[in-house]
Design a protein. Structure first.
Length: 249
C-alpha cells in the first residue's frame, strides 16, 4: 500500500460503515484519502468514523438514503462544504430482497431497483457537477457478477446490477470530456458476514464453479477499487472489472 497515492483526495463511500464498504474505506485511507462515509444508520456510521479517527484517519460521518434524490443532493452539498471538493465517488450501498420471480412481491422488486440502481444514478448525478467544475474525478460503481451472469432467486438484484453496469458505460461517455473516469467492479463470491452464513453445501456449490477454487476477500475488492480511484487508472473508463476468481470469462 502507498500512503501517498491518494494523498489530498476526498472520497465519498456510500454504504461505507460496514462490510465491503468499510474495507474500501480502510484501503482508500491507507492510500492517503480523506473519507466522507455515508450510511443510512446514524449509530453505525458514527461508530465506524470514531474508530477511524482513533487511527488518525480523516473521516466524517453522513446519513442519507441514496434512494431519495433530494437527500443525495443535500449530501453532496454537505460534503463539498466540509471538504471543499470531491475527487472520488464509490457507489457501494445496496440491498437484497431475494425471491423467485413467480413469488417476488412488487415491493421486493421496487426496493432493490430503487436503492441499487436509482440510488447509484442519484449519486452520480449529484456529484457530476462539482467534478465537472474541477475537470477531474473518479467514479467507481460496485455492481455484481450477478449483473453479468444472472442468478436464480435474484431477478431484482441482477436487473439492478446489470443496470448499474449499463449506467456506468453511459456515464463514462457523458463525463469523459471533463476528464472524469467512470468504472465498475463486479464482485463474485466474496467472504463476508452474509456469505459466511451459507451452508457448507451452498459454499461448495459456488466454489466448484470458480476456477481459482476459493472465495474472494474484501481486500480483493478494495484493492481493485483503490487502483481505479488512483491516477494509475487515468486511461481506463467505461469498464467493468470482474472480481470473481474466473467464474465468468
Amino acid at each position: 500500500m502507498s500512503q501517498t497515492k491518494l494523498k489530498g483526495k476526498v472520497a465519498i463511500v456510500t454504504g461505507g460503515a460496514r462490510g465491503i464498504g468499510k474495507a474500501i474505506c480502510e484501503r482508500l485511507a491507507a492510500d492517503g484519502a480523506s473519507l466522507a462515509i455515508v450510511d443510512i444508520q446514524q449509530d453505525v456510521v458514527n461508530e465506524t468514523v470514531e474508530e477511524f479517527k482513533k487511527l488518525g484517519i480523516d473521516a466524517k460521518a453522513y446519513v442519507a438514503n441514496i434512494a431519495d434524490t433530494k437527500a443525495v443532493k443535500e449530501l453532496i452539498k454537505s460534503v463539498v462544504n466540509d471538504f471543499e471538493k470531491i475527487d472520488i465517488l464509490i457507489n457501494n450501498a445496496g440491498i437484497t430482497r431475494d425471491n423467485l420471480i413467480m413469488r417476488m412481491k412488487e415491493e421486493e422488486w421496487d426496493a432493490v431497483i430503487t436503492v441499487n440502481l436509482k440510488g447509484t444514478f442519484n449519486c452520480i448525478q449529484a456529484v457530476s457537477r462539482p467534478m465537472m467544475k474541477k475537470r477531474t474525478g473518479k467514479i467507481i460503481n460496485v455492481a455484481s457478477i450477478v449483473g453479468v451472469m444472472g442468478n436464480a432467486g435474484q431477478a431484482n438484484y441482477s436487473a439492478a446490477k446489470g443496470g448499474v453496469i449499463a449506467l456506468t458505460k453511459t456515464a463514462a461517455k457523458e463525463l469523459a470530456p471533463r476528464n472524469i473516469n467512470v468504472n465498475a467492479v463486479a464482485p463474485g463470491f466474496i467472504q463476508t458476514d452474509m456469505t459466511g452464513k451459507l451452508t457448507d453445501e451452498a459454499k461448495a456449490m459456488f466454489l466448484d464453479n470458480i476456477p481459482l477454487k476459493r472465495a474472494g476477500s474484501v481486500d480483493d475488492v478494495s484493492s481493485v477499487i483503490a487502483f481505479l480511484a488512483s491516477d494509475d487508472s487515468d486511461y481506463i473508463t467505461g469498464q467493468t472489472i470482474n472480481i470473481d476468481g474466473g467464474l465468468v470469462m
